[in-house]
Design a protein around this ligand. Structure first.
Ligand SMILES: [Zn+2]
Length: 189
């Protein structure tokens, strides 16, 4: 399965393709937010470890579905707006990055995801304890080098060719720069 580093790289590629650049001034904060959103579906591993000592118990269930990506995308955009009014991020941007995780799991692994949950549910069957998770996160990222390299290529081509998958979903804000234009519509004294 793709591990956190690969999911973060694919999330970065999704951010690039989305055509949206959220007004977050610190690049590290932006990277952290992308990494967090791109790995959010695997919170089911943490929940499984904490509750059952087995990260696979709830893995690839509801958190690996379209509904989760949309719901958490909306929630994340609201939280960002609440956290900082100047660093607002759109629902589409958040949902796209979460969705990149689910699509990567579906495309690059043999185990299915519950994409249409609650209409379909697929649970991971392999036992996965604390040591398995720590071991794969620390040492297994080497197996994802191909995905990380691929995400880098997508970012490169996107910048060179100015590819934007969802530009029409991000309408340009209307700027009211001229006060005189507004004033001219007022009736005279
Ligand atoms: Zn996953």
């Amino acid at each position: 399965m793709p591990l956190p580093l690969a999911h973060a790289a694919l999330g970065l590629a999704a951010h690039e393709l989305s055509g949206e650049n959220p007004p977050i001034h610190s690049p590290w904060r932006k990277l952290a937010l992308i990494g967090l959103l791109a790995n959010l579906p695997d919170i089911d591993v943490v929940i499984g470890l904490l509750l059952q000592g087995d990260g696979s118990v709830y893995h690839r269930g509801p958190t690996h579905g379209l509904l989760f990506a949309l719901g958490m995308g909306w929630l994340a955009s609201r939280l960002c707006r609440w956290w900082s009014r100047t660093a607002s991020v759109s629902f589409i941007w958040c949902a796209s990055i979460i969705l990149s995780h689910i699509l990567a799991d579906a495309l690059f692994t043999s185990a299915p995801v519950s994409f249409l949950w609650p209409f379909e549910v697929h649970w991971s069957r392999e036992h996965c304890g604390w040591l398995d998770v720590i071991d794969s996160v620390l040492l297994g990222s080497w197996s994802d080098m191909g995905l990380i390299f691929g995400a880098g290529l997508v970012i490169l081509f996107s910048r060179v060719l100015r590819l934007r998958v969802l530009p029409y979903l991000h309408p340009r804000p209307v700027r009211l720069t001229s006060r005189s234009g507004l004033d001219s519509k007022k009736p005279g004294p």
